[in-house]
Design a protein around this ligand. Sequence first.
Ligand code: AMP
Length: 424
Amino acid sequence: MLTTRPRGTNDILPEEIGKWHALEKTLRLVAGLYGFQEIRTPIFEHTELFQRGVGESTDIVEKEMYTFIDRGKRSVTLRPEATASTVRAFVENKLYTGPQPTKLYYLGPMFRYDRPQAGRYRQFHQFGVEVFGTRDPGVDAEVIAMAMEIYNRLGLKDLTVELNSVGCPVCRLTYRNNLQKHLEFRREKLCTVCQERLVKNPLRVLDCKNPDCREVTADVPIIADNLCGDCAGHFEKVQEYLMAFGVAFELNPRLVRGLDYYNQTAFEIVARGIGAQSSIGGGGRYDGLVEQCGGPDMPAIGYALGMERILLTLEQQGIALQTTSAVHVFVAVLGERAQLAGAQLAQHLRQKGLIVERDYLNRSLKAQLKAADRHNAGYTIILGENELVNNQVILRRMGDSSQTVISLNDVEAYLLKHIEEGHS
Ligand code: AMP
C-alpha cells in the first residue's frame, strides 16, 4: 500500500510533463483567443452542490462520487466535474451583477469512482468553459468551434462533432411522456438499469450502450422532431452558425442530457478508432442551472474536455506535442577550486535566461560530458584550474564536439548570441 498509488490515479512523471505543459499552453491560448478568463474553484465542495448541480439520477451522483465526512462532521465531495462549482462561484460571488456575458474557463483534476481502464481514471483532468448570460445560438456554435480549434491546433484527426437538441422543459416533457409510452410496451426487453430509467429519467434509455436497449429504441420518435417552435428555431440557428464556421457535425438523436435544467444544445466530440473511451469532450446548454443553484434566471452553456483522453488520442494518432526545450549549457568542472567558480558561472547564466545544468557529484570529466549529453545540452563549459588562472573556459559544442577557448568575460555574450540564433 505504501508504495502503490490508489487505483485509477496516475503519476505524471518528468518525462511526460512536457506534453502536459504543451497541452495546457494550447488550452490557455485558445481560451484567451475566445475571450475566456480563468476561474479556480476548490477541489472539494459541499456534497449537496453536486447532488443538485449534477443531478440525483446521474451515474456521477448515484455511484461515482468521492464523498466523505470531514472532521467538522460535514459531508464534502471531491469535485467530479467543475460546472456545478463554477455555477456556485458565479452565484456566490455575484458575478451575475456585472456586464454579461461572463466567459470562464477552468482546468484541473476531477474525481470519479469509475471503473478504471485506458482513458478512464478516478483522478483525471478536465479543461472546460462556461458562458453565462446569453441564449444566442451563435454562442453555442462558438463553444463547439472553440473545442474544435483546440483539437485542430493540437493536430488531432478523425473527430466527429455529434449534435442534438434536448429541447426545453416544456417540449421535453411532452417528448418524455411520448417516449415513456412508446417504451412501456417493450419494458421487459430493456436492461434492468433502463427499466429504472424508464420511470426516473426515460431520455437516458436512449444513450444506453446495451445492444438490447439499442434495438428497443431503434424506432422510437426522436426529440428533434418534437421540439417546440423556439427550440426548433434555436437548433436550426446553431447548425447554421456551425456551417458558417466550417465546423462539420453529425446529428445524433441519442445524445441526451436527461436533466431538467439541461436544455437545447447537447454535443459531444468523438475520436474514432481510440476504443471504448472515445468521447474526448462534451457539453451543452443548461439555462436552468444558475437558478437551481440559488442565482437569478440566467442562461448558460459549457463544455469540458478530458485531458488524459486528448493525450491518449494524440499518442494513438502518432502526434507528438512539442515539449520543453533542452538544457542550453552544462557546466563541467575539474578540480576543487573550479567547483565554486563553476557554480557561480551557472548561477550567472541562469539569471541571464539560459537553462543551465551542472555536476553535483564530483564526477570525472568523461562522466560530466556524458551527463551533458543525457541532458541534451547544446554546449558544455569546461572549467579547470588552469582555465581559472587564465580567466578562461573551454566551450564545447556538443553537436560536433568542437572546442574553443574563450574568455570567461565573453562566454555569456557568446552563448546568448549563438543560442538565440538557434545554434545551440
Ligand atoms: P463529462 O463531464 O462526463 O461530460 O466528461 C467530459 C469529458 O471528460 C469526457 O468527454 C472525457 O473526455 C473526460 N472524462 C470523463 N470521465 C473521465 C474519466 N473517468 N477519466 C478520464 N476522462 C474522463
